[in-house]
Design a protein around this ligand. Sequence first.
Ligand code: ATP
Ligand code: MG
Length: 450
Amino acid sequence: MAVISERFDSLGAGGAPAKLGLMGGTFDPIHNGHLRVAEEMREALDLDAVLFIPTGAPVFKRDQNVTDPEVRFANVRAAVAGNPHFDVSRIEIDREGDTFTVDTLRQLREHYPENVEFYFIVGSDTAATVGKWKGREEIAQLAHLAVAVGRPGSADADALREAVMAAGPFQLHLVRVSVLEISSTDIRERLAQGKSIRYFVPESIGKNLAGYPVGAHSGRPECAASGKPESEDPLSKAFFNARKAELEKRVSPKRFQHSLGVSDTCVQLAKEYGLDVKKARLAGLLHDWDKGYDDDQARARVRELHMEDEIDPYIVEQMPGVLHGITAARALGQELPGIPADILQAISRHTTAAPDMSPLDMALYIADAIEPNRQFGRIDELRAAVGRETLEELYFQTYEYWVFLLFERRKPLHPDTIAIWNAYTARHPRKGKRGNGDGSVSGKKHKGKK
Ligand code: ATP
Ligand code: MG
């Protein structure tokens, strides 16, 4: 198990000097401004690697609603995946309580050998708050401070240098970076207004943002619906029943039964794999919210929700059958603010999956395939694997089976299929076993053969 990050846990282990950049942030969501700053810092300061560290409960944003840490983390992970010098760390997300940089630096110092130097990277707006940082004297001892200047609205460099040096004995590097006038706040506002955010965020995460910013909640799930009447708490039974009655009017009787089956199965999976049962119940119920539309209606739904810029036109034209997950997530987020973002994400991904599925995403994806009303092919094999295989392995077997069916039926593959397939084959190679040549995955028939 990685302690700090999958890619850089053993940085500096050989004893040679190494420089590690640390890019902390709320990343709600991550955008190209963050990525570009990290890249330019890496070049300017000759860093060996840059670690992105999404905050758990950000102290300076206590009064704001911050999106679920797992959702923010998954997007950072997807955004940095293509750059071998970048990685993401869970250390702040996994730590209980308020997030303080000084605690993070101490933890990193304990992990890495002395020959690894830390460069704490911040934008000038963050640097300007240095006088308020907890443990700033110690931070100055533990890491260099690399400040990206040139950000619009920032204090000028001299004033900034003065403010930083007054706050502690920092080893300060002011690095002029290309100004990208992008902020997460602006992205959330654009999404709320139904505007395009294309080219502000990497293509790989654009479509993940269906649940933003509505449905966002404080970093602590238990606060999500505090102070609201029972029926408005999206995880309450009353809310579930109200949506159930609406769903019955939106989809065919068969589809309605399927949705109830998926909800029950998703709950079973949640219990089996230790996930939030109420979230699983609601995600299952709502996943086919937009399934009552035919192809042209599904396309019209994309326009109605102003999602044309976020979805590949090829998909809208050629594969309208996969649109219902993405549009349902957006529509539900807008119509019923308060549904947690991780539920919306699972709904958004249930048709085509993604390379970085969260546990809830995986549970919904599996439940959709194996709920009791589904009767085809080798579904029983997957049902039998519940509890025997890990959630991720079960999800991948389900995905594998699905892709096989698409091949068999000569159906087009979603363009993301290769990326998803390769992400999982890299993590879960089939050791010593081969497929049975018929899409089954038990490995029984050919056992022993090499
Ligand atoms: P928000 O608007 O929600 O505050 P943000 O875009 O400022 O989001 P954060 O996650 O708060 O993003 O920022 C993480 C770090 O990245 C901070 O140190 C911030 O100063 C820096 N940063 C963010 N956007 C830019 C940008 N466009 N250029 C330079 N630095 C940036
Ligand atoms: Mg900020």
